[in-house]
Ligand binder design. Structure first.
Ligand SMILES: [Zn+2]
Ligand SMILES: [Zn+2]
Length: 466
């Protein structure tokens, strides 16, 4: 494995300047690390062929415009892309690292092209691929809306997929976690003394899931979550929340929660109530790179939330942009488990296909990119509030949002308001106030957070029509 190929110091391991360790290196004592991979979306049908409509099932008959060995922006991931991501990641891992894996292994194809058996086979393939690359590293998975057949329809009781996941993930999880996983698709497990991962099945709250539409507490997960957080607090533990579909609003849309609105409200209120015990939230599903800040009802920032971009580069024909394939590493404080930094990695897909070689590189280091002292909720709130005033910082945030997909795509005006409101307001009342005030919902905050003036000259971009 690559573990030995890149022993300390990291500075010697990468020739390119982008691989050099940032000023505040992870090798300082008191810093721990973990990796986040999400939305692998393996398309086993991907292959290079003269007929562009036949490159991958996930393009659904649309001609793949630029297919290469590492994929196409109209297709889900070829196996080779996923392998190249893990090969690179393996050279960077250290024995004490762990991995969070927030779901969505199967491809975006019509329901008729999949089955429960095929979905389980893809999850098994991805599980084995991860285990081969990282045989000695703990992995904490969460289920995604595509990790079921038919997609999104996750039930509230045991079924073939939850049971298969519990069996496949047995080497990583303890019995108590395996039991709730096989029953409801969620679990909690102690990572190390003082740190617990809570893996939620947010597909139970996902709008397209018809099974749970009229339920107040599907699978009893809300009650279980509250009890788990209370118990963690009593045991003086900190909790990392991991899940596939994020809480809050979609950053590219207007007034659209990622989860069903009533379940989003309930989740926000539970997270607010127990924010002291939660040291971070980590999600996937949107395929894009974004940050959120949970404010309490008085407007005080209480939690930092991170949405990681996907490994799959897929977009639909009409979408104006996609994301380059990506994974990331988090640095955390081993005393209080607060987040210290993010190292975001990516593959320039076009370049990799041209060169027939996958040069994964570091895209940015979060604190350096925005001059942040830390990733505490207050720092991220200040960053979000500054976006309405400062286009340079926001433009760089939006470039990261697309993982450098296309620098000619910009986000101003209504697009920027949607991004900023989704970043800072996770509940219906505060979010609505923010969009009504053109991205300035923050005015209800105590003035000392930031002085907010009125924006002049809204730019209208292609994205504002979305
Ligand atoms: Zn996905
Ligand atoms: Zn998803």
């Amino acid at each position: 494995m690559g573990l030995l190929s890149c022993v300390v110091p990291l500075l010697l391991c990468g020739a390119a300047p982008l691989e050099a360790a940032p000023a505040k290196s992870s090798y300082l004592p008191g810093t721990g690390r973990f990796w986040h991979i999400t939305d692998l979306h393996l398309d086993p049908t991907y292959h290079l062929t003269p007929d562009p409509t036949k490159v991958c099932s996930s393009s659904k008959g649309v001609p793949a415009t630029n297919p290469g060995v590492f994929g196409d922006f109209l297709c889900d991931s070829p196996y080779r892309l996923i392998q190249s991501a893990f090969d690179h990641m393996a050279t960077l891992t250290k024995p004490d690292d762990f991995i969070i894996w927030t779901g969505d292994s199967p491809p975006h194809v019509p329901a008729g092209e999949l089955s429960t058996d095929l979905v389980v086979q893809v999850i098994e393939n991805m599980t084995e691929t991860i285990r081969q690359h990282f045989p000695n590293i703990a992995v904490y998975p969460a289920l995604g809306n595509h990790d079921y057949w038919p997609q999104d329809q996750m039930p509230t009781s045991t079924n073939a997929v939850y049971r298969a996941a519990a069996e496949l993930w047995r080497p990583w999880l303890q019995n108590e976690a395996l039991l709730t996983l096989s029953q409801g698709g969620f679990y909690s497990q102690l990572v190390k003394p003082g740190l617990r991962v809570v893996s939620l099945n947010t597909i139970l709250y996902y709008g397209p899931n018809k099974v749970t539409e009229n339920m107040t507490d599907p699978a009893g997960q809300f009650e279980w979550l509250e009890k788990t957080l209370q118990k963690a607090a009593r045991s003086l533990e900190k909790v990392y929340i991991i899940a596939h579909v994020p809480v809050g609003y979609l950053p590219w849309a207007r007034r659209t929660t990622a989860l069903r609105e009533k379940h989003n409200e309930r989740l926000v209120s539970i997270f607010r109530k127990h924010s002291d015990v939660i040291a971070g939230h980590f999600y996937g599903h949107t395929h894009r790179d974004s940050i959120m800040v949970l404010l309490d009802q008085q407007g005080k920032p209480v939690n930092s939330l991170f949405v990681s971009p996907a490994v799959t580069p897929i977009k639909s024909l009409l979408q104006p942009y996609s994301n380059n394939p990506a994974f990331r590493m988090y640095l955390y404080d081993t005393e209080d488990f607060s987040m210290q930094d993010i190292w975001q990695y990516f593959l320039n897909l076009t370049e990799a296909n041209e060169r027939q070689s996958a040069a994964w590189r570091r895209e940015y280091v979060l604190r350096e990119a925005f001059g942040l002292a830390d990733l505490k909720p207050l720092s991220l709130l200040k960053l979000g509030l500054s976006f309405m005033e400062q286009s340079t910082a926001f433009d760089s945030y939006f470039k990261h949002f697309m993982v450098g997909y296309d620098s000619s795509v910009t986000c101003g005006g209504a697009c920027k308001i949607s991004q900023v409101c989704a970043m800072l307001y996770l509940d219906q009342l505060a979010y609505s106030r923010c969009v009504e005030k053109g991205g300035r919902g923050g005015i209800h905050l105590r003035g000392h957070f930031l002085n907010i003036s009125h924006e002049k000259g809204l730019r209208v971009s292609k994205l504002s029509r979305l």
